[in-house]
Design a protein around this ligand. Sequence first.
Ligand code: WT7
Length: 641
Amino acid sequence: MNSYVTKKAGKYWPSKVMKKMAWVNSEKIYKDAAKNPVKFWGKLAQEGLTWEKPWESKNTYVQKLPYFWWFKGGKLNFCVNALDRHLDKNKTALIWVPEPVKEKIIKLTYRQLYDKVNKFANVLKKLGVKKGDRVAIYLPLIPEALISMLACTRIGAIHTVVFSAFSAEALKARIIDGDVRVLISADGYYRRGKKEDLSKKVSQAIKGTKIKKVVMVRRLSKKKNYSGKFTSFDKEVEKADSFCKPETMNSEDPLFILYTSGTTGKPKGVVHDTGGYATQAYYTTKWNFNLHEDDVMWCTADIGWITGHTYAFYGPLLTGNTTLIYEGAPDFPNPSRWWKIIEQNKVTVFYTAPTVIRMYMRFGDKYINKYKLKSLRILGTVGEPIDKEAWGWYFKKIGKSRCPILDTWWQTETGGTLINTLPGIGPFVPTIAGKSFPGTKHVILNKDKKQTKGKEVGFLVQLSPFAPGMLHGVWNNHKKYVETYWKKFKNKYDTSDGAYLDKGLIRITGRTDDVMKVAGHRLSTAELENAIDNHPSVNESAVVPVPDKIKGEIPIAFVVLEKGKPSQELEKQLKKQVDKEIGPTARPSKVFFVRNLPKTRSGKIMRRILKSILKQEEPKGVSTLVNPDSVEEIKKIVSQK
Ligand code: WT7
């Protein structure tokens, strides 16, 4: 059996076989791209994508910070790039594995997917959706999600996907912020063998919004008939014409909005454009995952996240490959499900999150040992730092010590991966992300905004020219865009991550702001605190993350009551409150009722002190508090639980 890695001087490198099959296999690419990154990306965009009209070479990259544009004036349609140009290949575009074991796996060729997308694009038009309009998509991982997204891109509508486990309130907030008129959703989906209802959440979410039409996929029951604002996806598609002319778009036109958590209480709409995003999605997919004709890529992310957008859907379609998605839970009906899916479908590239790897480690090796997983070639991780132990387990148990692991660092804002090792170049080192993707540049700065020395931890920032897939502002909020990304370092993009250099390779240490990663999900402390504070009994609260063996981090809440008494019932209510306002993914695992929160003289809550108390470390800086007594009290309460 082929091995794609070889060990040299205690490190893993690509084997000869890997080097031979890799699109990129020489270090030289980094230097060459760095000489003229604009020219480098210009050439890639031209070669990789199909353009209706090229851009003038002086407009390959135009910068007027904090905004910048790639391939300005170039014209293309995203859907044409993802579908139309692959129609002749008679190839499977999508493999969909439903959760119920007895339900049939569905495979759609590029042609079949194209037909469905064209029809649904016509449905959207019939419902009045026009170029530039926003369409919200609140769907589980089913083919209709991909069909809806692509249909939007075909007619130039801007999609905004909302994670299906988010609450009605979360959906509503995004519908209002995006001024959305058409929503695509489903009656529900399967999760761990149970039917999860979405209809109720949808009805709640649209109240008080400008939603005119809701297209519902009948995933759980084909019997339901819709009327009024509601209509059914399949019935509409049946009636629709089979060809929809693709809208000609400018490279810099927005393609989609995706909301993500920052340091403030409200999620912000990250805007991605068309040509730049497509270019980065195309090349990071092709070069990182080294996709060739026979590859089947499985990225396990939900479409509610950017990873789902770029690597479960768009990247592999832009490159004309086969992508697999799975509707359900990893441990249903038992923790062998994923490995079975890989064997059954001959998955070659597998991309997932450290939190799931840690979960599988817990389940025990018996669920994996009997699977040989011979088809696998490349493994990837994303979303949070991966520790040595999880890396080692992933490498041995899943990759059977034959496959490189790419630890890919990026963000919702960057659209595609930016820091990782390329499979044909190496080295693959546990806990190290690697180098900036060719044609991009990051530096690590200290408090004085000078480059760090040795292994000093500093702030990770990106330098101009900014990668083509980078965000193009925050929807309807110029101020937030400037404040979040451009204020701290002049003319440099602030990633809000900490990092250090290890022999020229980048190691990410985690967020430097009040954002946590819970099972790979990005949550802001402020968002959680807002949700808790909305409970009538609560006066104020502080939420901090603590390390967790499986989820990476979990939120813990400290709550000061306005009325009522601390009780288990109230703790339950507060957790429910978070479920209602954000979704169960954000639910605090514990609530401590305290009399005071540690605060500075200016009234700022010192979450750092709460973190130390939870870790049973001696908190520093207590003397600068207005209420140092609060610390002793909180220590007592925490130690009692
Ligand atoms: C944050 C972005 C990028 C898609 C999924 C998450 C953390 C991401 C890594 C990695 C260490 C990582 C960072 C980043 N992160 N990848 N390989 N190693 N940390 O997107 O929800 O926008 O979160 O995830 O802290 O800022 P996101």
